[in-house]
Design a binder for this molecule. Sequence first.
Ligand SMILES: Nc1ncnc2c1ncn2[C@@H]1O[C@H](COP(=O)(O)OP(=O)(O)OP(=O)(O)O)[C@@H](O)[C@H]1O
Length: 258
Amino acid sequence: MNEPIIKFDNVVKRFGDITVLDSLNFQVQKGEKVTIIGPSGSGKSTVLRILMTLEAINEGIIHVAGKPLWHEYKDDRLVPASEGHLREMRKEMGMVFQQFNLFPHMTVRRNVTEAPVQVLGLSKAEANQRAEEYLDLVGLSDQADKFPRQLSGGQQQRVGIARALAMRPNIMLFDEPTSSLDPELVGEVLTVIQRLAEEHDLTMLLVTHEMQFAKQISDRVCFFDKGKIVEEGPPEILYTSPKEERTREFLKNFINQE
Ligand SMILES: Nc1ncnc2c1ncn2[C@@H]1O[C@H](COP(=O)(O)OP(=O)(O)OP(=O)(O)O)[C@@H](O)[C@H]1O
């Protein structure tokens, strides 16, 4: 097997007295689509936030694209990562948030061009061209001059996806991208994510409670509980014949979605 694009080795994350990730070992291969499922508070979002460098780790080591994420080499010694190293590493990843996190005072176009201009140093014209490309991909070319508040939740989330893609990351992280949407708006966002999964060579790591959707797009589903992977496998196997009691209990609640 090739070197994984994401590799967690014995990663520990604590918030005060709570251990959220408990010596986690976890890998994702390049191009793989992986979904993390599990009960509330099991540490799913924390995995994504750590990758996006929004939360630091307490112990262990993470590699992304072969390089340490939260550490860097200085004279052959591994030391905590500098802000410069984190900034470089962040370019590998794009993240789509549960609450969209769009800039409310910027137009849709500006939301998408801001980071390519500020972080990657693209010219305005280049960034606008990119924005056009990715807004088209999410079906929102005609909304570029609007502000987020003028859009539906589903449209805002699609802007969030275009914004992340405009940085041309190798890895896309989706943190419960549909859970703050009204039910009738969930489908349009899932359709866009599914198209991305099918047509692009992206590595995708998704946290969701949409079990049926996870089944459709994932090569592998990981069931998390108490900061560890309890069980993992291709969805058609994990869903139908889970080995662990905890996985069975969890999946039972979703069986009526099947
Ligand atoms: N910044 C923080 N400060 C303190 N505790 C936190 C912080 N972020 C997360 N936690 C705690 O860490 C635990 C795991 O949170 P996380 O959001 O990763 O869970 P989750 O599995 O994604 O849950 P959910 O499905 O409800 O989103 C929870 O107990 C949460 O309260």
